[in-house]
Design a protein around this ligand. Structure first.
Ligand code: F6P
Length: 328
């Protein structure tokens, strides 16, 4: 039978995402509700190795639901990737009496948790927190919705200047190897083309389509490019290529970058984070481990951590079709 959980540690790791604070808040308050101690671990796995812990109470997490970033800070620890680092981490957790971990982050965070669980048997539950939405077993990761709104707002502004100057803009958005941010924001911002790694449009078809739009009377255009898309070597080379082949267009590139990770979380992300945080605590108390909590058909469900990282994620075909039709 699994050991009764008395003290839970919570950490954020990898790229930060808006809504991580709301998740920390939910975990802390769920622990208090269940009369369990909760310890905040600073700087992800690096903080575990260094014993950088602080006891958190419902009052320590007041006024953070609306804040971007993470009060616990985040890091990508190289040392935790080594067996020695993980041994030190385990010793620190034992010393602090922490008998379960809640890991808020993306695939790197979950991979670390799986290895750690395998080696030391410490119960771990994952909460998906990344703007990329590249985790299987949840329709949305915490931070994705906020990032989409940030991107759409930015593209709306770019469109104003693009149309004033009759320019063609390539706007690069984040997402690592996933095209979710590009596809969704591209549809939402009314882009003329959306380039994602999951679909290879090809340079010829891109040119053809941009020329067709020009002929149909468009004087400016926005092409949203996912950072993981490989149609050109990178967005600058792609823009150069198009400019050479379409001298009638004045071409510009805008890389939105890390501003996509900041800002106050949307209501959707705050509620999602609250739901997932509470479920993660419930699961640890029940003696569960090696699972991720996620949203499926608007119901909170669990998935094996391994599936969350390696599982097949297919982009919604209907969305791809919408993207094809409305961008013309
Ligand atoms: O995973 C989140 C993310 O913002 C990706 O979209 C991006 O590729 C990467 O992190 C950037 O990482 P860094 O903060 O190390 O530059």
């Amino acid at each position: 039978m699994s050991k009764k959980i008395k003290k839970i540690g919570v950490l954020t790791s990898g790229g930060d995402a808006p809504g991580m604070n709301a998740a920390i808040r939910a975990v802390v308050r769920a622990c208090s509700y269940k009369n369990i101690e909760c310890v905040g671990i600073y700087r992800g796995y690096q903080g575990v190795i260094e014993g950088d812990f602080e006891e958190l109470t419902p009052r320590s997490v007041r006024n953070i639901i609306n804040k971007g970033g993470t009060i616990l800070k985040s890091a990508r620890s190289k040392k935790f990737r080594t067996p020695e680092g993980r041994k030190e981490a385990y010793e620190q957790l034992v010393k602090a009496g922490i008998d379960g971990l809640i890991l808020i982050g993306g695939d790197g965070t979950f991979t670390g948790g799986m290895i750690f669980h395998k080696e030391y048997g410490l119960p771990c539950i994952g909460i998906p927190g990344t703007i990329d939405n590249d985790i299987a077993g949840t329709s949305s990761t915490i931070g994705y919705d906020t990032a989409l709104n940030t991107v759409v707002e930015a593209i709306d502004k770019i469109r104003d200047t693009a149309s004033s100057h009759n320019r063609l803009f390539f706007v690069e958005v984040m997402g690592r190897d996933a095209g979710d941010i590009a596809l969704y924001s591209g549809i939402g911002a009314g882009a003329e083309e959306i380039l994602i790694p999951e679909e290879d449009l090809g340079l010829d078809r891109l040119l053809e389509s941009l020329k067709r739009s020009k002929r149909s009377g468009k004087s400016s255009s926005i092409v949203v490019v996912a950072e993981g898309d490989r149609i050109g070597k990178n967005v600058f080379e792609l823009a150069d290529y198009v400019e050479k082949n379409m001298p009638e267009y004045d071409v510009r590139v805008s890389v939105l970058g890390h501003m996509q990770r900041g800002g106050s979380p949307s209501c959707f992300d705050r509620v999602l984070a609250s739901r997932l945080g509470i479920k993660a605590v419930d699961l640890l108390i029940k003696g569960e481990s090696n699972l991720m909590v996620g949203l499926q058909n608007n119901v909170v469900r669990t998935t094996d951590l391994e599936y969350a990282v390696k599982g097949n994620r297919t982009l919604n075909k209907e969305l791809l079709r919408v993207g094809d039709i409305v961008t013309m």
